[in-house]
Design a binder for this molecule. Sequence first.
Ligand SMILES: *[C@@H]1O[C@H](CO)[C@@H](O)[C@H](O)[C@H]1NC(C)=O
Ligand SMILES: *[C@@H]1O[C@H](CO)[C@@H](O)[C@H](O)[C@H]1NC(C)=O
Length: 225
Amino acid sequence: MFFKISACTLLVISALALFTSTTPVDAHSWAACIDWRFKHGKEAWGDDDGECMGFARRFPLGKGFASLDHANPGRHYQQDGDHAPACSDGEHGKDVGSNETRADPPEKAYGGKYGAMTVTSVGKKLCVRWPAKNHAEENESDKLMVLINLAKEGGKDPSQDVLTDSLVVGIPYKNCDKGPVPDERPCGGCFTVPSRAPGIYTLQWRWMLNKGEWYTSCADIKIEA
Ligand SMILES: *[C@@H]1O[C@H](CO)[C@@H](O)[C@H](O)[C@H]1NC(C)=O
Ligand SMILES: *[C@@H]1O[C@H](CO)[C@@H](O)[C@H](O)[C@H]1NC(C)=O
């Protein structure tokens, strides 16, 4: 009896410890939307402020904003070194994310239980959205940037080097609105689609928390003539 109680108590304590240690600390964000359209004319990032018209690859629909670190598999991917896959392959990484490898054809990663693919054209505005995941705090550097890289390479994802050389814009990570809790503060930023020949490109959302500690999300965007 005594043993049963203490074993049970231990289990509860360790479950709580696991929950508190993994939930806020291990989540370092991902792109929740690639084509966020504002509903009320002003730039704002909360659930009621807009609608998502284009998503990252195999992005599951119907889950709460900021909730995908609890999903299985988790959404956030931390690259393991300079030559890591640009997009999670679901197998590698310091944190292994969901499989965000380019599908063949790319359209297969969209529709049904997944969000739609982004369709746009040169000169249009795209706005991306992400959850703060306990970052973007006042005491964190204002220089933390989300980098948007955009490149295309035959039927596969470009390497990280190619994407790094194809930087479109840096958006301050701390560009966030108020949220119910720091984990769920909605953040985002916009950019103009640069001049590119029509086609389907890999858009990489990438940010560095500490030196060399990179997190990425990938999406296909179709640039029409
Ligand atoms: C990830 O997706 C790619 C593209 O659809 C596929 O070829 C690969 O087998 C998948 N990997 C895993 C681990 O499921
Ligand atoms: C910012 O403050 C939080 C909470 O006190 C702390 O955990 C974190 O390490 C601090 N970050 C920096 C960059 O100082």
